[in-house]
Write a protein that binds this ligand. Sequence first.
Ligand code: BG6
Length: 465
Amino acid sequence: MIKDYRFPAGFLWGSSTSGPQSEGIEAGDGKGMSNWDYWYSIEPERFHGQIGPEQTSTFYKNFAQDVDLLVETGHTVFRTSIQWSRLIPQGRGEINQPAVNFYRQVFQAIRERGIQLYVNLYHFDLPYALQEEGGWESKEIVWAYEAYARTCFQLFDDLVDRWITFNEPIVPVECGYLGTCHYPAKVDAKAAVAVAYHTQLASALAVQACHAHNPDKKIAIVLNLTPAYAKSQDPADQKAARIAELFQTRSFLDPSLQGSYPDELLDLLEEYGLQPQVTDEELEVIARNTVDFLGVNYYQPLRVQAPSLTYQEGDQLLPDHFFAPYDLPGKKINPHRGWEIYEQGLYDIALNLRDNYGNPEWLVTENGMGVEGEETFRDQGRIQDDYRIDFIKGHLKELHRGIEAGSNCKGYMMWTFIDCWSWLNAYKNRYGFVELDYESQERRLKKSGLWFKDVSRRNGFLEEE
Ligand code: BG6
């Protein structure tokens, strides 16, 4: 039997990227140093192949050609981000005029092609000058971000369909303050909580500023909603999953959508002496400025079990004191990235939003498969990435099921339209619909790019089942 996976009228099809992963740095472009630029300058060996953030997929130079490729791959929506350090090199104060020209040209080119444009203000990239002042650990950065957001609304709002405050704000918290794969790579739970709280406050202030600038404009936050699945029904495993979800998902989901933090999370912070410094006015700002819609990035589920580590007074507090990873036997996996593939997670997210968060409008803003050595799949000049098509189809089927069950999802954006630079992994894993020949900078459509164009045109796909 052939099943028609057709999506609701007006469903958006596209992809996401970020400024720091796609633009690159050109001589004379006036860009300031970001936390990533700085980190690479002092520890290049941390970056795969020692390829740093200045050598990304050269969108700064080649955006006109890349916008053509968006059309060729059927995009009706596209998300990118402004680099704060490009627009305001020192984080505060002077605006870099070439950056204004660049972003206006890019945004105009995208809009002229009839593609909806979603612009994110922050994708893990802080101007280094602000990092030196303490980065997100310092509340001062919140006001600097608010001023930056206001500047963006003033300069670009006429060209942007929808705004986004932050991409995956829990990631810099986890990786930069509880782990070591983002700068400043220190492990300090109290600092991690302060960073998370300041980011949430900054997000709410950007929502407020966006609406003050243009009451009709919609603004979201993008969260990586990795549902936490417990190893078993054992109460200790169940508790571990609940706490994992509190830390990793609900810490931003609840305040962003509902305007307040879960009581259980606040109790835990108090129990371990981790509360950030908050004022009633700030909590009021968070309460009053929830987002208009949500972006959801979904790559993998989080499988957890009861922790094996017990916290003792004086220990460095870690997530491992609350939950331990659980390696599900026989799980489906993308071996290149080491991430489990669990399509049903998207359905579970859809229903969680429907049932527990008042069924907000949302879009999938990232989902994708990074593969190493893709050139081995080249046949007759084209990378035959059937694995990527299967990956996307599998997730779209679950998304379709969630939408049929009433969840309010309005679009699907893949990560990413062209192979791009990936933080510490640089170009190891390729994610694009379009192949980037790193040496020659030549761009070539992959099979998935052609397939996606067809999906976008027919607003879904047919599948023999
Ligand atoms: C998302 C990020 O979490 O995952 C992207 O928003 C990132 O910036 C993507 O590139 C894929 O992860 P990675 O680490 O393989 O690049």
